[in-house]
Design a binder for this molecule. Structure first.
Ligand code: MRU
Length: 362
């Protein structure tokens, strides 16, 4: 890739034994950082989406365990592990779909379990959380480079939800690919699905693209299919919250419809996600838990009711795109191609064996 760029904002940081977040519920109107002094404050921030996006949720929860370790009464051996295990239960219950959450909590807890004595358990929790964050930054760089290679010069690309630095604490997944593509002169323009009901596209992706000077327009989610029909879209690229062993992919609700429209109009559809988003224990999309959020998110826009009082609503926050509609999965180990059951299994095996990233699957 081109020389890595620094996003001009830091969505997640570990500062003075505190979790610092850029509060995404206030964007794009206000850039405010908040310091979270307790595990409960971290859990609340994930639940109400002050931080969101699969990798960012995992990193924040990992720092939440580091915080729990720091706050545990020192001295009595085992109290740090107990505090971390209790915190993992609370944080693990915040959002069900993004598998990065469970993956990050398990990694930090395992490190704390291995530590001998409370002092080294605290150090281990902090170190592991920082390592998860650093690995994500490096994975994002690798994905940006590999994914940009898929794009033809002058492309208009369409994306859904928000997958930038805000969602990963690094450069981003799909949005990292898009920004890298723009820096290489491959991406000319970005169409941003507004992403109802929480408007991550209109509020967050548009804000991030503006920070990077990338030309873009926000569209209503329902406009995507007809713009593809008109030949205006060269590729669709989105992120993921959980990828099953067979390649079925859960992402923000509306992704499935975009994938169907892309296939119908012969537009390539790519997913970009680190291998920490792959869940080999989930065989296929049907087994992915889909978060149902409060109906008020659908019945109101920016807090203003839009439906008659008393109207009921459904609010599944994610949907599953079948592997058959996906042309490639961009990972830190290269672009995986169908059949995904095979390409995913070998990428995971290589990662486990510690092979050098970027050599798998193309
Ligand atoms: O509900 P959200 O905003 O956490 O959902 C986020 C998404 O669906 C993203 O596309 C996904 O987490 C990938 S983030 C790099």
């Amino acid at each position: 890739m081109t020389a890595p760029y620094e996003p001009p904002y830091e969505p997640i940081a570990w500062v003075d034994r505190c979790v610092r977040l850029l509060d995404q519920t206030l964007l794009p109107h206000e850039v405010r950082y908040i310091d979270l002094p307790t595990v409960e404050a971290v859990a609340e921030a994930i639940e109400v989406m002050r931080v969101r996006g699969a990798p960012a949720i995992g990193i924040t929860a990992a720092y939440g365990l580091a915080l729990a370790a720091c706050l545990a009464a020192p001295g009595a051996d085992g109290s740090v592990l107990r505090a971390v295990e209790d915190a993992a239960v609370r944080l693990g219950a915040t959002r069900p779909t993004a598998v990065n959450l469970r993956w990050a909590l398990d990694r930090v807890t395992a490190r704390v379990r291995e530590a001998t004595g409370d002092a080294s358990a605290v150090a281990a929790a902090i170190e592991e959380a920082q390592r998860i964050h650093e690995e994500q930054r490096r994975a994002d760089e690798a994905m940006a480079g590999a994914g940009a290679n898929l794009l033809a010069p002058g492309s208009t690309v369409l994306t859904h939800c928000n997958t930038g630095a805000l969602a990963t604490g690094g450069l981003g997944t799909a949005l990292g690919v898009i920004i890298e593509g723009y820096r290489r002169g491959l991406v000319r323009h970005v169409l941003v699905d507004e992403t109802r009901p929480r408007l991550q596209g209109a509020r967050l992706t548009a804000w991030e693209l503006a920070q990077h000077g990338v030309p873009h327009e926000v569209i209503a989610d329902g406009a995507a299919a007809s713009l593809m029909a008109g030949g205006e879209v060269a590729a669709v690229i989105v992120g993921a919250d959980r990828i099953a062993a067979n390649g079925d992919t859960a992402n923000k609700v509306g992704t499935y419809g975009a994938a169907i429209a892309a296939r119908y109009h012969s537009v390539p559809f790519y997913v970009a996600a680190p291998l920490s988003t792959v869940d080999p224990a989930t065989p296929s999309g049907g087994a992915i838990p889909i978060e149902e959020r409060d109906a008020s998110e659908v019945l109101a826009v920016d807090g203003h009711p839009v439906a008659p009082e008393g109207t009921r609503a459904r609010n599944p926050a994610f949907d599953v795109t079948p592997a058959a509609l996906i042309d490639g999965i961009v990972t830190e180990r290269g672009v995986l191609r169908p059949p995904f059951a095979t390409s995913i299994a070998s990428a995971l095996a290589e990662a486990l064996a510690g092979a050098v990233p970027g050599t798998a699957g193309g």
